[in-house]
Design a protein around this ligand. Sequence first.
Ligand code: SF4
Length: 329
Amino acid sequence: MKTLTYSKNIFLPVTDLCRNRCGYCSFRKELKDAHLISRSRALLLLEQGFHAGCSEALFTMGESPWTVSGFESILAKAGVADLMDYLVELCELALEFGLLPHSNAGLLEQEDLRRLQPYNASMGLMLETTALLDAHAKSPGKRPDMRLQYMAMAGRQRIPFTTGILVGIGESRQDRVEALSKIAHLHRAFGHIQEVIIQPLDPKPGTAMENARLPGMMDLCRTVEAARRILPPDVAIQVPPNLVDPRPMLAAGATDLGGISSVTVDGINPDRPWPNEVELHKSLSDYNLRERLPVYPRFIAMGWHGHETRSLVDSLAGEDGLRAKKYIF
Ligand code: SF4
């Protein structure tokens, strides 16, 4: 029986202010509508996550919001002096509630990555594409070279890392192959890529790409097959079960369903509900479906997860590095 993994998480949007304007994004808000998650809201979600048996606190935010004029007033209103200090504080809170932080905070300086590393079981950044696309014409942070450099920096720091590509944002098949090849190259150099998400575009009303065509299943399966061919075998291929029927993509080589949640919605695709965990086990009963932590077993064995996360990882992981059986549904 093929083993298939997923993690149980909560989604914590630290801030939805972002310097970029990606053509498909409905997460980003203008300054007047932007928010910073409050401590009380974070506490409530963490508490709910703990009671729901989650193991992952997924912290995400718009990229470099501090470069957007007016962000200081949002911080001041929340009584926060420095966003990175605040993110570290939230990661510490998550650990207190028994949830392992995984932060995807966009492109960061090396110093900030160093500050976050000890408190994170793993971290992430979507490469999305290596092509120069209209979808990213107003997104200075989506320059592929900058994102690849950032991922290399994370590799040098030995951070277990999640990345992925977006399918259907105007890229060609060859562009997808190139992006996957660059990720494979990074992994061969640093050994830090734990999973690659094959994420289909889900067009949102009110965005520049609202009328874009959804990528077809055939295209998605071909992309998964290409990923399996190009990526080293120890890199998992993840597909989101709230956006696509995972079955054909599992048959094509995908091995992971990513984070699902009974507490929070998918903050990037709030109109796409997560499958219920019980239903997922029923519908995929021909797979050995296992819950994992936000850090993959081999990185636990190598001790690459942040040192502040180690005792919690030890208490949540079973002998095989996946979530201990006593916690499994
Ligand atoms: S970087 Fe992320 S949050 Fe910012 S506009 Fe692009 S998709 Fe949205």
